[in-house]
Design a protein around this ligand. Structure first.
Ligand SMILES: Nc1nc2c(ncn2[C@@H]2O[C@H](COP(=O)(O)OP(=O)(O)OP(=O)(O)O)[C@@H](O)[C@H]2O)c(=O)[nH]1
Ligand SMILES: [Mg+2]
Length: 1002
């Protein structure tokens, strides 16, 4: 098939009825990129023989070596449909804008950016693995974005070759699978119903579920190049059975049977004991199974020849005799049930064109944008009707910035790689002979084989310093965008109620059609298209709205993002390259919505990522594309939390003083502060963690008390957290406190809350039981220091103490610090030190209170809290033991184990500490011989129930643990590691075998 040139595609952008914008979404490894291959083959970008093995859209080196997609990429394709009716054949040319997205959880922000640009999504599911964690995530994303979904049950071949199911068993399995997916959709639907206002109308659930008879389910094997939807078989059997195709379609799925005598269709209840096969088995699955059985299992060429004849297709003798049975399979299936035809025809039938899609969705999306009521109604109308005239307001949305090598831009355009070249390169890369990504294509001269050298020379790649440029991934909703046009760029914080802020005016420099790793220049792009836009680096960081007029809507919605939980500090290997590093980090920040970059107070640059794989990709991008320098990265830094509890090992110093009670004096004397530290219950801690905005507003009210009454938290209201009134907030704390420890008298002082911490909103409370700090200064006080003056310093000490806990300077959660008394010596004694202007006072008070909080904290039984990942691993019974082994070795625990119905798989749910998770996925892969690829999702903090300072003391403990207590104290190890990293004091037992040393001395 000759390559279809982009010049042929560009004119199709104006025929909006014939455009389809869709994305491929799925759990990791369920076959998206493989499926995309077959679609590319229809445009001659790769040959159909190689489709399914090249994974053309995975062109980064790390994608090739790891075998997973790490970024989404878009490609525009041409598809001609010839429809024949009685009189004549009509031809229709379609423009297909396809976005392949990554399935790995670390890159889920890519999924949201892809789905926002599209009007539809093909949701792929591995027929064997079924619904997995990311399947639910992508279903939810598509549901929230209101895009049309089509289900693709992929890897059908595995049912025959691996599970060895009979067609009847496979039918049951598939029925159940579709039910499971629909159950997920059902939960979204019901969830939405529950959130409806009384005034809102209930949306009908018609058409939201997947059912093959409606044509929104495709059965496929992407690697073997086939797929079908029910209509295809119904059309095929229409004449044979003398039944209307539309009737047949309705009965081909489910419990319908053909009466062999009467040739009528029966329902199960009319079978009267006869053992018939459901139509789906008889007419669909049996045929597919027959091809697999004769081509692979039995290698029965006679049978294959018969099948070929019946299907009226041609198979070359070369393919018939090929040693690789896949060639034979491909030869049969690509003619009989070509994958691209099933997918593209379904896209055209089931996914709305931009005009219809925007009619349905535009207002729904717009209504969720901030202060939509201030937006010019003309813009909303133009968007709902997808009006493309140049006079209409132009509105576009940039969902992410992508780095392209300058060489890939059209003015530097190199020859396009053919699939063979790409496969060669892939093999060369895997063999380690080519460095860098395909995008950059620089070659390691020494290890090049002659053959590949020749090939590469032919392609005319010369080595030169390359530059990266940023291009925005965008969708235009109304009007037409043109090169040279002046447009407004609304930043993510832009608000139509305040239309002059966060707005920049720019001139459009370049527009492109996206062709995978290539870009093709365009002069204009009309409404309804997905395209790329250049020249916005530095202006658009990640996402933005473009509009030709001021005061338009802000389309940048709040997208679900992964919590960046893993940090690494980076520095250039050569210190003088610091500037390059800083510039590189800025580019990384622009290119990836999920990464966070920070410069620490100590000058360190820190990258925060979603997980190990994401981190690897960021570092690689930084080294090879953005900073292009050698970079040293610290070991990944994982956050901890510190807390203290009423453990069994606490001992009060004396009976009079309660645990956690501390009395302290400032260094120069004259001020004595007594305070007590008490642990808070985990319920209260969770409540406080979930109500940061309420705390902010509560504290705001306290400081404004008597002035304004309740705070209007208008900017805050947009957040998801339900903001409680101050009264309700205190009532809730009161309830949680009394439930946890009824004898604690803190509840009586809730009107004396001074602060929360750390960062003034954290899960720790500071209370002034003395009430003295509320009494403001009077003139009669003169310059004499009074307790009121100390309030600020005590609060600062509390903030610092809770931000950097006593164990290893990690944030504290779950303590209440109560100030019990403050005594300041009588100033009449003429103590100059105790006057208000004394500059030593703040420092002395802060350090005394910090030390006191530390003592109070340590008087209880301190604990570390570990950041945890949760993960699902699918494993067969044989490797289950090994999965358990790996989880236990990494100090994780199994929380659930379930047999996946109809498969030999167990789904194991485990939680493991983030700090032990590095290399976990790879280890599981190895131990299960590649059967499982676990994905780690941040789960929250969990307490490690071990006091890091604990040493055995009782005889029993010593006996248990040996004289040297050499059973490792894990909490202590974690604590010391963090202390070491932060350069804090690390006390270690240096003399381990003192006795022996003594003997040596003698
Ligand atoms: N047996 C079988 N294997 C398939 C099929 N489709 C894809 N695969 C294999 O599944 C693996 C993953 O395929 P990909 O296409 O990379 O999957 P993906 O969904 O793009 O993965 P990510 O982008 O990393 O989420 C590859 O080894 C494919 O060869 C299929 O229909 N049958
Ligand atoms: Mg992929």
């Amino acid at each position: 098939m000759p390559v279809i040139p982009p010049e042929r595609l560009a004119p199709l952008q104006s025929n909006q009825n014939n455009i389809r914008n869709f994305t491929l979404l799925a759990h990791v490894d369920h076959g998206k990129t493989t499926l995309a291959d077959s679609l590319l083959a229809t445009n001659g970008i790769i040959s159909s023989k190689l489709a399914g093995t090249v994974r053309y859209l995975d062109f980064r080196e790390d994608e090739i070596t790891r075998g997973i997609t790490m970024k989404s990429s878009a490609i525009s394709l041409f598809f001609k449909v010839i429809s024949q009716n009685r009189e004549k054949a009509t031809e229709n040319d379609y423009l297909i804008n396809l976005i392949d997205s990554p399935g790995h959880v670390d890159f889920s922000s890519e999924v949201s950016s892809a789905s926002r640009l599209c009007d539809g999504a093909f949701i792929l599911i591995d027929a064997v693995e079924g619904v997995c964690s990311q399947t639910i995530t992508v279903l939810r994303q598509a549901w929230v974005d209101r895009i049309k979904m089509v289900l693709v049950i992929n890897k059908m071949d595995r049912l025959v070759t691996e599970l060895k199911l009979s067609p009847i068993e496979a039918h049951h399995h598939l029925l159940r699978l579709v039910e499971q997916v629909n159950a997920v959709i059902g939960t979204f639907y019901r969830g939405e119903l529950m959130n409806l206002d009384e005034t809102e109308e209930e949306a009908s659930d018609e058409g939201i579920y997947f059912s093959p008879e409606q044509g929104n389910v495709i059965f496929a094997s992407a690697s073997d190049g086939w797929a079908f939807f029910l209509d295809q078989f119904a059309d095929f059997y229409e004449k044979k059975l003398g039944m209307k195709s539309s009737v047949l379609t309705k009965c081909l799925w489910g419990d319908y049977y053909l009466d062999p005598k009467t040739k009528r269709i029966l329902q199960a209840k009319h079978l009267q004991g006869r053992r018939l096969k459901p139509l789906f088995v008889q007419f669909v699955l049996d045929n597919i199974w027959a091809v697999y059985n004769s081509a692979i299992v039995e290698r029965d060429l006679d049978k294959i020849e018969k099948i070929v004849k019946t299907l009226n297709i041609k198979v070359l003798p070369r393919d018939m005799r090929s040693k690789d049975p896949r060639n034979l399979l491909l030869a049969v299936f690509q003619q009989w049930l070509p994958l691209s035809t099933a997918i593209l025809l379904t896209a055209i039938r089931k996914i709305p064109c931009p005009i219809d899609a925007q009619k349905d969705r535009a207002l729904k999306v717009l209504k969720t944008t901030p202060h939509f009521e201030n937006v010019d109604p003309n813009i909303a109308t133009a968007m709902s009707h997808c009006k493309a005239n140049k006079e209409e307001p132009m509105l576009a949305y940039i969902s992410k910035m992508v780095a392209y090598s300058e060489r890939d831009l059209p003015h530097q355009k190199r020859r396009q790689l053919t699939a063979e070249q790409m496969r060669e390169l892939r093999q060369a890369k895997l063999a380690g002979s080519v460095e860098n990504s395909v995008g950059s294509l620089s070659i390691n001269e020494n290890e090049q084989t002659n053959e590949s050298k020749e090939n590469l020379e032919n392609r005319g790649y010369e080595e030169e310093e390359e530059k990266d440029v940023f291009v925005g991934f965008a969708r235009i909703y109304s009007g037409t965008i043109s090169v040279g046009q002046q447009v407004y760029v609304y930043g993510p914080k832009y608000d139509p109620a305040n239309p002059d802020e966060h707005v920049t005016k720019v001139t459009i420099e370049s527009l492109y059609l996206m062709m995978g790793q290539e870009l093709f220049p365009l002069d204009t792009v009309p409404a309804g298209n997905v395209f790329a836009i250049g020249g916005l680096a530095g202006i658009v960081l990640r996402t933005a709205t473009l509009c030709s007029v001021p005061g338009g809507p802000n389309l940048v919605g709040v997208s679900q993002q992964m919590e960046p939980i893993v940090r690494v500090a980076v520095e250039p290997a050569r210190p003088y390259e610091m500037n390059k590093l800083a510039a590189g980090l800025e580019m990384l920040n622009q290119s990836d919505p999920c990464v966070q970059i920070a410069a620490e107070e100590n000058g360190e640059h820190v990258i925060m990522c979603a997980g190990e794989i994401h981190l690897e990709r960021c570092l690689k991008d930084l080294r090879e594309r953005f900073a292009k320098i050698e970079i040293q990265a610290s070991q990944p830094i994982v956050p901890f939390r510190e807390t203290t509890i009423a453990g069994p090992d606490i001992t009060a110093k004396d009976k009079e003083t309660p645990v956690g009670f501390v009395s302290t004096s400032v260094a120069s004397g004259g001020i004595q502060i007594k305070l007590s530290v008490t642990p808070l219950s985990s319920d209260l801690v969770n409540f406080l963690l979930n109500h940061e905005k309420t705390i902010e507003s509560f504290m705001h009210n306290i400081s404004k008390k008597g002035k304004n009454g309740d705070n209007d938290c208008s900017d805050v209201q947009k957040q998801k957290e339900e903001i409680l009134s101050s009264e309700d907030f205190v009532i809730s704390i009161h309830k949680l406190l009394s439930e946890a420890s009824p004898d604690n008298n803190i509840v009586e002082y809730l009107d004396s809350i001074m602060s929360f911490g750390p960062k003034r909103v954290g899960p720790n409370i500071l209370i002034d039981k003395t009430g003295l700090m509320k009494t403001v200064r009077q003139e009669s006080d003169g310059s004499r220091l009074i307790p009121f003056d100390l309030g600020e310093y005590i609060a600062t000490a509390f903030q610092i103490s809770t931000q950097q806990g006593p164990l290893c300077a990690e944030p504290v959660q779950g303590i209440c610090v109560s100030v019990e008394s403050i005594e300041i010596e009588n100033a009449e004694k003429d103590n100059e030190l105790l006057t208000i202007g004394n500059p030593q006072i703040p420092g002395q008070v802060i350090s005394a209170v910090r030390e006191a909080i530390k003592q109070g904290f340590l008087a209880w039984s301190p604990r570390l809290l570990l950041a945890m990942y949760s993960c699902d691993v699918q494993a067969t019974a044989e490797v289950l033991g090994r999965v358990y082994g790996v989880v236990t070795k990494r100090r994780g625990r199994i929380v659930d184990e379930e047999m996946k119905e109809g498969t030999p798989f167990f789904v194991v749910k485990a939680v493991i500490p983030v700090v032990e998770s590095f290399g976990f996925a790879v280890e599981i892969l190895k131990r299960t011989s590649g059967a499982a690829y676990p994905q780690l999702i941040f789960h929250g903090f969990e307490m490690l129930d071990e006091n890091p300072f604990w040493v055995p003391t009782t005889e029993e403990e010593l006996e248990d643990l040996g004289e040297l207590a050499d059973r490792e104290n894990i909490a202590k190890r974690y604590m010391l590691n963090v202390r070491r990293r932060k350069g804090l004091l690390v006390e270690q037992k240096v003399v381990e075998k003192a006795e022996k040393q003594r003997t040596l001395k003698h």
